[in-house]
Structures are given as C-alpha cells and as structure tokens.
Write a protein that binds this ligand. Structure first.
Ligand SMILES: [Zn+2]
Length: 208
C-alpha cells in the first residue's frame, strides 16, 4: 500500500475518500491487512504529510481509526476523545486538517458499548469527566423514542443516543465552523457519520 502524496491527495474526491475507508474496514473485518512497510512510510512522510481523511472517534481502546480502517502512516488525522464529543479545539483541529492540509472527508465515528455514552445515560458525575459527559446530554434530550428505562442498562436507548450524538456533532460542525461548512457546500469535502460495532469490527456509515 502506497503512502499518500500531494498528487494522490489532490486527485481524490470526497466520495473516493469514503470508498478507501470502506475498503479498509472490509480488509480489517476479513483480516486481510494491506501489505505496508511502516518504516518505509516513516521515510516517505518525513518531509510532509498528505492524509486524505479526518476521523473523530472515541478514546476507547477498541476503536483506533488506523486499525479499524486498515490505514498506515500519513493517511488519516485521528482525533480521539471520550464519546467523540466536539469542542472548539477539536473544531480548530478539523479546520486545520481540511482547509490547511486538504483532507477530503470528515468522519464522526461513534461506537457500540461506549462507556462515555453509557456514563452520560446514567448521569455519572466524576471530577472533570462530568463536564465532558454533559456534552452528550443534548443527544439524550433528543432521544424521544424511549419512554421507560432511559438509562445505560437499556441497550436500545444507548444505541439510539450513540447515533443521535454522532448526528448532532455533525450538525454542530456545520453550524459552528463556517470554514468547514463552506468546504462542504463547495463539494471539496464530505462530512459523514458512522458507528463502529465492537462485536463485529464493522463500521456502518450513515448514508443519507
Ligand atoms: Zn467510547
């Protein structure tokens, strides 16, 4: 698998970038890792990086973007924070990754059995974690389907909140970053949500 160059990055469309991620996740699920010489990629990227994707995912030890999409060095900007929440520093990182460096796609990736989502559903309060989990409350508020057992032990409720959290995060990216919104409107980038299943290894993208 070749390291991305300025030419390969520039030639990619947002749709092709999504295809590359889908193909990588298929390889991961089928245990068919691409043949990649990471030490060679250290050399290839020593004077510059031309990644094609920016992925916001959880810190969960099972959800490393490079592993689950079978990517190498210099391929993706990986932003990771518990519950894949958004703040202005993360938005700034995304603006750098898209406007300055030229990645073609932003993926907001939730995952099943997310401890942060479960914690938020249970209204856990613990030190600085309290502030972080509060950022997931809008997703809980917007979950209108579940009338009983609105807590972390209700798997369906947790899954719904996980999906809504991803969708609300994407809405906030568009609303709070005019820079990114313009790139998307002009067709220079795509923003897409998805959920990683920790039981199957599969990423399901929200294609709507
Ligand atoms: Zn998580």
């Amino acid at each position: 698998m070749r390291t991305h160059t300025k030419e390969t990055q520039m030639s990619l469309t947002p749709e092709k970038a999504l295809e590359i991620l889908k193909e990588g996740n298929q390889r991961f699920m089928n245990n068919l890792k691409a043949n990649r010489n990471l030490l060679q990629q250290v050399n290839d990227t020593s004077t510059g990086q031309f990644p094609f994707a920016t992925i916001l995912s959880c810190i969960d030890s099972r959800t490393s973007a490079e592993l689950i999409f079978d990517q190498g060095l210099g391929d993706v900007f990986s932003i990771r924070i518990a519950g894949n929440i958004l703040n202005e520093d993360i938005l700034g990182s995304m603006e750098f990754a898209t406007k300055i460096v030229g990645t073609k796609i932003i993926v907001v990736l939730g995952h099943t059995r997310c401890g942060a989502i479960v914690g938020a559903c249970n209204h856990v309060e613990l030190g600085n974690l309290t502030t972080l989990l509060n950022k997931i409350q809008p997703a809980i508020f917007n979950e209108k389907e579940t009338t009983e057992n609105r807590n972390g032990s209700n798997a369906e409720f947790v899954n719904n909140v996980t999906n809504i959290n991803v969708r609300l995060t994407i809405e906030r990216i568009r609303r709070e970053s005019p820079i990114i919104a313009e790139l998307e409107t002009n067709g220079q980038i795509k923003i897409i949500g998805g959920v990683y299943n920790v039981e199957s290894g599969q990423v399901s993208f929200f294609e709507d």
